[in-house]
Design a protein around this ligand. Sequence first.
Ligand SMILES: *Cc1c(COP(=O)(O)O)cnc(C)c1O
Length: 462
Amino acid sequence: MDKNLLFRSIPKVDILLETKEIKELIREYGHEIVLDIIREETDKLRHLISNSENEEELEEKINNLTSTIVGTVKNLFKPKVKKVINGTGTILHTNLGRAPISQNIANKLSEIVCGYSNIEFNLKTGKRGERYSHFAELLCRITGAEAAMVVNNNAAAVMLILDTMAKGGEVIVSRGELVEIGGKFRIPDVMKRSGATLVDIGTTNKTHFSDYEEAITENTKAFLKVHTSNYNIVGFTESVPASELRPLSEKHSIPIIEDLGSGVLIDLAKYGLTHEPTVQEAIESGVDVVSFSGDKLLGGPQAGIIIGKKKYIDMMKKNQLTRALRVDKFTVTALELTLLAYLSEEKAMTEIPVLKMISEPYDSLRNRANELADILKSKTEKAEITVKECESQVGGGSLPLERIKSAAVVIKSENITKLEKIMHNFEPAIVARTVEDAIWLDVRTLASEDFETIGNLFGGVL
Ligand SMILES: *Cc1c(COP(=O)(O)O)cnc(C)c1O
């Protein structure tokens, strides 16, 4: 193989710049970036010629150089974060962005974020306002708390609470509540970071009132309760609810902090789910400071909501860390709009996508699955398409044992791995569950508006 000849056959940059395809590319994307890509791709080609002995492949690559450049530039300009159709049936899928926001909220959100807003401006006084003021009252009304603030996520909330209330002191936690949430968020590690010393009491399965009582020293700054949101300890167990800790807390002036994780504002037992302790119950039972996520069962944007006694919330607002954990106008706006729906439970259940998905009855799911199956069958005759019963999960570290009866469209295919890859490359991408030789699309997490798109995407490949 004559490598010199191959090197010489790479088109020169000047020549490439004169081709119709590249000229068009420059018109659309700009001279500089196209030139950068031309250089990168020709460098790559030179490198390949030096290192490869596959003459046929090299010649092909040289011949395809222009189209490679066009493809690379076009790909570069495509946003990498893209819409995914969630067919997994897992409602709060952390890898897929957790809680979806309603179209209604998104429309109002764009109005606010595309221009200026009163995010930190008090229109009544004409002076600087407070970022949290927009939804603090609303949160207090809904939860019964005295005061409220918000940071970027619940992990940050726990960090800020401990840093503010327990730095340099001891925090008493039951061993059964030393949780690891996904992404290596571990309560003992967060505690270390915040400068508080963890005093773990009891055993994995049992913690008694006396364990709390005996662990108190003059350095005790708080009792911390952590909702074991992503696992259940069952069987021979005992834990001490916040309401029972209250007398001890009052006697020794030690505040109770509770990390609720999910933050449900509506008793989901009414909708057939296991009772999950609500935020209101935590406040009622006398917890001084409660934190929870905005994008788990609450169904709003990513946020860490902190509510409780005003004196503690005020201390947190003054903490320098708060500035580093500050939420932006996207969060403030989406959170206020989400919370507004909670003024009426009926409104919340129908307008907040997470709650709507959780409470969709089986009959409705079955009907929608049949509808999707019919669309798919009309697009392809080759694949075997059926409707089957399945089980959805709440996900996001919430209600770990809960399985909700649902309906799925099942697509049988010979080469399931290949089909999955193709689905991930669809625009929008489709992520589903695979069981043996079939793709399961749980309709609980699918919007009916996406059915036609799903049909067209599959119709093209099946
Ligand atoms: C999910 C969870 C967190 C972390 O919340 P993020 O909003 O994801 O940061 C912390 N504590 C508990 C108990 C949780 O369930």
